[in-house]
Design a protein around this ligand. Sequence first.
Ligand code: F0G
Length: 457
Amino acid sequence: MKTIIEPFRIKSVEPIKFTTVPEREEILRRGGYNIFMVPAEDVLIDLLTDSGTSAMSADQWAGIMRGDESYAGARSFYRFRDKVRELTGFKHIIPTHQGRAAERILFSITGGPGKVVPNNAHFDTTRANIEFSGAKAVDLPTAEGVDPDVIADFKGNINIAALREFIEKTGAENIPLCMITVTNNSGGGQPVSMQNIREAKQVCQEYDIPLFLDACRFAENAYFIKLREPGYADRPVKSIVQEMFSYADGATMSAKKDAIVNIGGFIAMNDDGLALEARNLLIVTEGFPTYGGLAGRDLEAIAIGLEEVLDEHYLQYRIRSTAYLGERIVAAGVPILQPPGGHAIYLNAKKFLPHVPVDQFPGQSLTVELYRHAGIRAVEIGSVMFGRHDASGKFIPASMELVRLAIPRRVYTQSHIDYVIEAIIEVFQNRDKLPGYRIVEEPPLLRHFTAKFEPIG
Ligand code: F0G
């Protein structure tokens, strides 16, 4: 059989609310044309993020009931620790309430003024935690990784030649660790090859720099390796995952992605000294080292999710259903960041709305229209999020104007995705009519969350 189906049946359902175009126009007006201001209840299909929005399985919900809520040494902790250790091989496994808590602990210890941390592309919270410590975050993508139109297998790769050059220039003593983000979220959900991880490890080893994975979407990355990298087609995904982690000295993870839970994360490493410092910090702000800001039940659900995510029927459905959305809209001429990523499709708003200049936020215009037209919530990743003004007041746009449609795991069915496809194509057909936007109110930091807009003209 060639039809790929959702590898689950549905036991518990959550109704979604239908609204009319005039109702949504009023909701948008009230929220200052900012999609973050729209109450989730008024969203029909919510593709704002794949983080913490996935559906847990019957087994995970049963695990929630089995959770051991003892303060110290809970059974659920050992179950969690053993599962993470089985997959990663790391000696020290430290739970945190989500990914950015792991990042904050790691960079509070290793960061600080004068330090620089390279990555294929830092996610915003990783960058923020590095910079908050006084250190600098540097992205080292490949040339094909930053070209939205190139179709290549591993556009998430870190640039090995640039990494070596960067270490020589910066001095190994100023680089506390090197990170690789799998899959590369900021670069379009693109995978990193095993060869690239191996080569990055070799370079790091030469200079005695630890390598850490930002492992949020490790299973999706491993499945791409299985599909695309010579020599891996017949390997079980679990063994590909184990090989990926074998080249790393540690990892941070937001369990809200590939552990298929609504909250949780961890930091893991081999270094005893670093682990001791991490646990000391953990106790101050997160909790005792056997729960780290989570309930025992959360640890139980993570342990189960980490096994379920390796099911190859699940991964086949996951990667195929994202590609399906991408391929269908590309066939209608819609410009996207190519090729489709693991967890999301990124619309190329600059090409979608060539008549809207970047300082009028084409990504914002497209995001507003997807909601107005069809009740779909996506997120602008462009000049609203990353644009700024230099000292002379000149507008510096983001490098790309994207709109991300992130797909929660096991939540929407193919007919939901068909609806999304139809909506995007209809918006594309009427794209000439879409206006630019101006900002009428903005906070000093992270303006995309709360800024107010109005349409121009
Ligand atoms: N690293 C990556 C690659 C991420 O995508 C995220 C979160 C984090 C770290 C932080 O994890 O949210 O648990 O603190 N990404 C979400 C997103 C928010 O929508 O892409 P967290």
